[in-house]
Design a protein. Sequence first.
Length: 162
Amino acid sequence: MGTPAHEHWTDLTVRRPDDVRTITGGRVSLSWQVEKRAGHVDRLMNRTLPADFPDPVERGDAGDVLAVLALSESMRRDLTARRAGDIREALLLGATWTEIAAAIDATPDEARAVLRDWTERQHRLHQREVERGRPLGSDEDRHAAVLALIELADDEPMAAGA
C-alpha cells in the first residue's frame, strides 16, 4: 500500500526531466527516480529475451528509452545540485580537501571551486530574497563560515568544535 504521492509517481509518464515532479510539484526523491528507471531498464532488457521465452514478460519500447533518458538527466541534475552541499558536509564532518577531491575525481582546487561557486550563489540569493522578506540562501555568517572552509589547506581537517 503506497502513499498517494507514490501512487501518483508510479503512474506518471516521464518523457522529459521536468516531468519528474511530485503530486504537489516538488522534486521526487532519488530513490523513487532510481526505482522507476530500473523498471524501464528491465523492460528494455526483456527485449533481448527469445520470442519463445517461457515466462510472461513486458518488453520495452521507445517510451521506455525516453523515460530512461529523462530520468537519468533528472538524477544527474539532482546530484549536481547537491554536490556542493555534500562537499560542505564532508568538510564539517572532518574530511580534508584531498579526500574530497579523490571522492569526486578532481583536484582539491576544483573541489574548492564547486563549493565557492555554490556559496557565492547562495549568498547572492540571500541578499536578493531578504529584501523581499524571504531569507533564503546563505546569510553573512554562513557565507563567511563556508569561505573559511574553502581556505583550509589540502590535508587540513576542520578543527574539532569549530
